[in-house]
Design a protein around this ligand. Structure first.
Ligand code: CA
Length: 236
């Protein structure tokens, strides 16, 4: 008898039974082991007990809202979180809060999109783990010090706390200091999105994360080239 890799464990947190069941059904069909929670406190308990590889998390939940659930889950153990939001502009607010969610999907979404996003999140986590093993060189540029191995960042010698996505975005820009990177390329390299380019929410994803990153490392450090993309400034 041969055994393949251990199945990935997904925790689906959504109070609307029809959506929760549809997500669980689709993820099981893709080979995931799925647990379901329909309120905030149960989600926090399940996350502690089952140690999921990925969490799909609705924002509006009874008991504890999705933001608080995300904070508590992340405080216990880092795990990639895909937030399910009701509106596009809600995602902007969430990114600004920096609660530790890695990606956002606005309702209504297709199950195909959910599966693609979850797979992309897991690939990102694996890539980050592989990078940490390689002990890559620290990058110093424009007054920033970025350690891809420990995922620590300092600005003018002060530590700044970045979410996983903010860190990956900064690292992507810092590897090509001064070079303008288009949103499409950033989506491909940071978010690992293959075919999602072109939607308004894709553009918004990049822009809102750049905005959040700027608020932490200093807005002048990231230059906007209108209609093209973003570049990291090389001067402090
Ligand atoms: Ca809800």
């Amino acid at each position: 008898m041969t055994s393949g890799p251990a199945p990935r464990i997904a925790l689906v947190v959504e109070d609307e039974p029809a959506i929760n069941d549809a997500l669980a059904h689709r993820l099981r069909a893709e080979g995931y082991v799925v647990e379901q929670a329909f309120d905030g406190p149960t989600a926090v308990d399940l996350a502690a007990g089952m140690r999921p590889d990925v969490v799909l998390l609705d924002v509006m939940l009874p008991g504890l809202d999705g933001l608080e659930v995300c904070r508590r889950i992340q405080a216990a153990r880092p795990v990639p979180v895909l937030m399910l939001t009701a509106r596009d502009d809600e995602a902007d607010v969430l990114v600004g809060l920096g609660v530790g969610a890695d990606d956002y999907l606005t309702k209504p979404f297709s199950m195909r999109e959910v599966v693609a996003r979850v797979a992309a999140l897991l690939r990102r986590v694996e890539r980050a783990a592989a990078l940490a093993e390689e002990r890559p060189a620290v990058i110093e540029v424009g007054g920033l010090r970025i350690d891809p191995g420990t995922r620590r960042t300092t600005v003018a010698e002060e530590a700044v706390h970045l979410t996983p996505t903010e860190f990956d975005l900064l690292l992507c820009l810092a590897r090509r200091p001064g070079q303008v990177l288009g949103r499409e390329r950033l989506l491909r390299e940071v978010w690992d999105w293959g075919d999602a380019w072109g939607s308004a929410s894709a553009t918004r994803t990049v822009d809102s994360h750049v905005k959040a990153l700027r608020s932490k490392v200093g807005s002048a450090r990231i230059r906007t080239v209108h209609g093209v993309g973003y570049a990291l400034e090389t001067l402090p």
